[in-house]
Design a protein around this ligand. Structure first.
Ligand SMILES: *Cc1c(COP(=O)(O)O)cnc(C)c1O
Length: 399
């Protein structure tokens, strides 16, 4: 723009433009543009041929350098070729399921899924889109096998699950799903790719709520899909960019890129702290049960040791008492804010029956094993002695 342009023109465009972006950044910058200047019109151009890796950008819903950098990093961590970053874990999951099913198809899903996913599968896919969904106890792969049919196009798993830390055998279920030509999708939010890489175990697609461990600082909502399957990737990408237009913003991509740098360090501390807390709770006379895959008493401890590279930072436990006791316990804690969500550096505690799992009927909660005395903890990276001392004080408040 000419230097002698008018003030109100210079206010809009002076200093903008591609030549200004040649700084040799060491970290990926927050790239906030909605659109990109192109060299010339091209009669043969198609949107699908845009190659962000070659610097070809057109519009930020399609691709954006900050989001693109995050997508590459997440693909690399999960060991896949293709990654797509979404505005939430929920949108990553709905796009993946949408890419795999049509009306009349059948889905087999773990009955112990994240609440929102279970509701999505029932209310959107079953009730509105004519997809048949079987919810099964996938701790035993035979229960998956016995529900698979010719119509099954998708098997949907989470491991470990929320809040009871149940596991499923990804490699065994992958074989079963592939026998009927179905895709196996795994929500890897609880473990993170530090501790578990489902694609290596045979899954076809992995999803994350990056809101949790990947971002790790409780200040961004996001989701991601990673796969090696080029067909599936292009369908998910169509939904991300065009079918839903549901992309992770540059700012959230930037935060998540920054958060992911310390993921391995954080997971180490989350796990060390969770292991110590699980042992403390298991010994405490006012705790009746602890659900943590790292405890040898966990019914699937061997599977966890085989399938995962660590046991993670999530656990749940039952206090000896009813709703009033739980309320007294939670009310007397000071190191554990009472809040949903998980995976941040700060510890959080929540009460599934009245918080995350309150949309379920009491009968459904009972069938899953979610009692009124169950408490879930996302163990942070604080000094573990402070955390244990606080839990000790809380348990002393039980009548
Ligand atoms: C939080 C969560 C989701 C949903 O992700 P959002 O980012 O909240 O949309 C899905 N699966 C699991 C296991 C989760 O913990």
């Amino acid at each position: 723009m000419a230097r002698d342009a008018h003030f109100d023109t210079r206010a809009v465009t002076h200093g903008e433009g591609r030549r200004r972006m040649a700084a040799e950044d060491v970290v990926v910058p927050l790239h906030l543009t909605s659109t990109y200047e192109i060299d010339e019109i091209d009669p043969d151009a198609s949107l699908e041929d845009l190659d962000p890796d070659a610097g070809e950008y057109l519009y930020s819903r399609l691709s954006n350098p900050t989001r693109n950098a995050l997508e590459h990093r997440l693909a690399s961590l999960e060991g896949g070729q293709h990654a797509m970053a979404f505005a939430s874990g929920t949108s990553a999951i709905v796009a993946t399921v949408m890419a795999c099913v049509e009306p009349g198809d059948h889905v087999v899903a773990f009955e112990d899924l994240y609440g929102g996913t279970k509701t999505m599968l029932s209310r959107l896919f079953e009730e509105r889109l004519g997809v048949d969904v079987s919810f099964v106890d996938a701790r035993d792969p035979q229960n998956v096998a016995s529900h698979l049919s010719e119509e099954t196009t998708l098997v949907w798993m989470e491991t470990p699950t929320n809040p009871l830390m149940r596991l499923c055998d990804v490699a065994a279920i992958a074989d079963l799903a592939h026998d009927v030509g179905a895709v196996l999708g795994v929500d890897n939010t609880f473990a993170s790719p530090v501790l578990q890489r489902p694609l290596e175990l045979g899954a076809d697609v992995v999803v994350h709520s990056t809101t949790k461990y990947l971002n790790g600082h409780s200040d961004s909502l996001g989701g991601a899909v990673v796969t090696d399957d080029a067909c599936l990737a292009s369908e998910v990408q169509f939904l991300q960019q065009v079918g839903m237009g549901n992309v992770l913003s540059p700012f959230d991509s930037f935060l998540t890129l920054r958060g992911v740098k310390t993921l391995p360090l954080r997971m180490e501390r989350h796990e060390a702290n969770a292991g110590a807390i699980a042992e403390f709770l298991a010994e405490h006379p006012r705790v009746t049960q602890v659900h943590y895959p790292g405890l040898p008493s966990h019914p699937q401890h061997d599977l966890a040791a085989r399938q995962m590279d660590g046991f993670g930072g999530m656990l749940s436990f039952e206090v000896d008492g009813g709703l009033d006791d739980v309320a007294a316990f939670l009310g007397s804690l000071s190191a554990f804010p009472l809040a949903v969500s998980l995976g941040g550096v700060e510890s959080l505690i929540e009460h599934p029956a009245t918080m995350t799992h309150s949309p379920l009927t009491p009968e459904d909660r009972a069938a899953l094993g979610i009692t009124d005395s169950l408490v879930r903890v996302s163990v942070g990276v604080e000094n573990v002695d402070d955390l244990i001392a606080d839990l000790d004080t809380g348990l002393a408040a039980l009548r």
